[in-house]
Design a protein around this ligand. Structure first.
Ligand code: AMP
Ligand code: MG
Length: 405
C-alpha cells in the first residue's frame, strides 16, 4: 500500500494551477497573487515629517539646549497634503505636521515637545543631526524593488502595499471550482426527518466548510444513492468543476461503487493509502477534473481532505505556501495505535511551559465526528509504534488555529 507521502506526490504531479484573473483590490483578500509585484514608485514618495513640530536646518541647532535655545523665525505652516511655498534658509523654520513634505532647505524636524513658541518664532531646546525625525523618500519601498512574489497569499498588509502603489485591480489566480457528491442509500438531508436506518448527510457540510476554508468554490453539492446509474449521473453533472470530491462508497462493501464508476468514466491513479483513518482513499482523473474518492466515515473524510485535497486545492489556487506547520509535541496520555499505518490522532496542541503538549480530544473511532470538535491538530503516530505513551514526543500537524479563551 502507498504511503501518505507517495500518494500526495502522485496527486501534486497532476495539479495544474488555475489561470489568472483581475479583481478589484477590495476583493483580493486571501487570494494568490498571480504575478510578482515590482514597485514602480518610491514609498514614501517624498521626504516628510515623522512628527508634528518644526522643520529646520540641523546646523541651526548647533549648541542648543534648554538653558540656551536656538531662536528661529517661523516662515509658514504646512500640514499633510500641502507643500510649503518657502525655502528654509539659515535662521528660519517651518511649522510642520506629520506626513507633510519636508520644505526645501530643511533637513530635520524638532518635535513640539522640544521647543517653546513665541509670536513669529520658535525656540529650539535641543541640538539635532541632519535627518532627525525625517522619513526619507523611498525608506519603505524603493522603485524597482520586487516587493511581492507570485503566489503570495494576499493578507491585509499586502493589500495595503498594493493600495500604496496604486494597484486598483490585482492579478490573482482563479479559485478552483469543486463539485461535492456524497453517496449512500442511508443519507438524508439536514432538514429531512430520520426514518429507521437513516442518518443525516454530515459530510456535505464538513467538506463544504473545508473547501471554503482553503479558498475553493463549492460549485455543486449533491447526494447520490448507491447505484451505478446515480453515480454516473452525478459525475455527468460536474463538467464545469476542476475537482470532484465524492464521499463514501470507496471501500470493499457490496454497494461501494465509486471506484468502479470512476474506472469506467476515467482513470484511477491510486486506491488505498497506508493511513488511519482514511485507508480507502481513491484518487483519479476524469478528463481535466481531479477526482478524490473520500471514505464515508466522517473523520476519515475530514482527515483525507486535510492531508490530500487541501494541498491540491492550495496549489491549484496558485499559493506558493501550502504546507501546514508541524511541531514536535509531547503526548499527555497513552494511546494504543494501529501498527502498519501512519495514524492521524485528533488532538488539542498548545505551547505550555516551553514546549508543545498534545491532549487527545476523545475516543478516536473514524465514525466519531465529535473527536474533531476542539481538535486543532493531528498528532502523527508512525506505523511502527504500537503503543504511544504519555511523555513521548510526536510530530503534530497544526490545523487552522482557533483563538484561545
Ligand atoms: P462508506 O464509506 O460508504 O462505506 O461509509 C462508511 C460510513 O460512513 C458508514 O457508516 C456511512 O453511513 C457513513 N457515511 C457515509 N457517508 C456519509 C455522510 N455523507 N455523512 C455522514 N456519514 C456518512
Ligand atoms: Mg456508503
Amino acid at each position: 500500500m502507498r504511503s501518505a507521502d507517495e500518494a500526495l506526490a502522485l496527486i501534486l504531479a497532476r495539479v495544474v494551477a488555475r489561470p489568472p484573473e483581475r479583481v478589484p483590490l477590495a476583493e483580493a483578500l486571501g487570494r494568490a497573487l498571480a504575478e510578482e509585484l515590482i514597485a514602480d514608485l518610491d514609498l514614501p514618495p517624498f521626504d516628510n515629517a515623522a512628527m508634528d513640530g518644526y522643520a529646520v536646518r540641523a546646523a541651526d541647532t548647533a549648541g542648543a539646549r534648554a538653558s540656551q535655545p536656538a531662536t528661529l523665525r517661523v516662515l509658514e505652516d504646512v500640514s499633510a497634503g500641502r507643500v510649503a511655498g518657502q525655502t528654509v534658509t539659515p535662521g528660519t523654520a517651518v511649522r510642520i505636521m506629520t506626513g507633510a513634505p519636508l520644505p526645501a532647505g530643511a533637513d530635520a524636524v524638532i518635535r513640539f515637545e522640544e521647543t517653546e513658541t513665541a509670536p513669529g518664532e520658535v525656540r529650539v531646546r535641543k541640538e539635532v543631526a541632519s535627518g532627525y525625525n525625517v522619513r526619507p523618500r523611498g525608506e519603505d519601498v524603493r522603485a524597482g524593488q520586487r516587493i511581492l512574489s507570485a503566489g503570495t497569499d494576499l493578507g491585509p498588509a499586502e493589500m495595503g502595499v498594493l493600495a500604496s502603489l496604486g494597484r486598483a485591480q490585482v492579478p490573482v489566480v482563479q479559485r478552483p471550482r469543486v463539485a461535492i457528491i456524497t453517496t449512500g442509500d442511508e443519507l438524508v438531508g439536514v432538514d429531512e426527518p430520520l426514518r429507521p436506518g437513516q442518518i443525516r448527510d454530515s459530510n456535505s457540510y464538513t467538506l463544504l466548510g473545508q473547501v471554503q476554508r482553503c479558498g475553493g468554490v463549492v460549485q455543486s453539492l449533491r447526494r447520490a444513492v448507491d447505484t451505478r446509474a446515480a453515480l454516473r449521473q452525478a459525475f455527468a453533472d460536474t463538467a464545469e468543476a476542476d475537482v470532484i470530491l465524492t464521499s463514501g462508497g470507496v471501500s470493499v462493501g457490496d454497494y461501494d461503487l465509486v471506484k468502479e464508476v470512476v474506472e469506467e468514466l476515467g482513470e484511477i491513479v491510486f486506491w488505498r493509502v497506508a493511513i488511519k483513518p482514511g485507508k480507502p482513499l481513491l484518487f483519479g482523473q476524469l478528463d481535466q477534473r481531479l477526482v478524490f474518492g473520500l471514505p464515508g466515515n466522517p473523520v476519515s473524510s475530514m482527515v483525507t481532505f486535510e492531508v490530500f485535497v487541501r494541498p491540491a486545492l492550495r496549489r491549484m489556487s496558485g499559493f506558493r505556501a501550502w504546507r501546514r506547520q508541524t511541531v514536535t509535541a509531547r503526548l499527555r496520555q497513552d494511546h494504543r495505535s494501529s501498527p502498519q499505518r501512519l495514524e492521524y490522532v485528533r488532538a488539542w496542541t498548545k505551547f505550555v511551559e516551553g514546549e508543545w503538549q498534545a491532549s487527545l480530544t476523545g475516543a478516536q473511532g473514524s465514525g466519531r465526528l465529535s473527536s474533531m470538535l476542539g481538535a486543532n491538530s493531528y498528532l502523527l503516530i508512525p506505523p511502527e509504534v504500537g503503543q504511544a505513551r504519555a511523555g513521548e514526543t510526536y510530530p503534530a500537524l497544526l490545523l487552522d488555529q482557533p483563538e484561545i479563551e
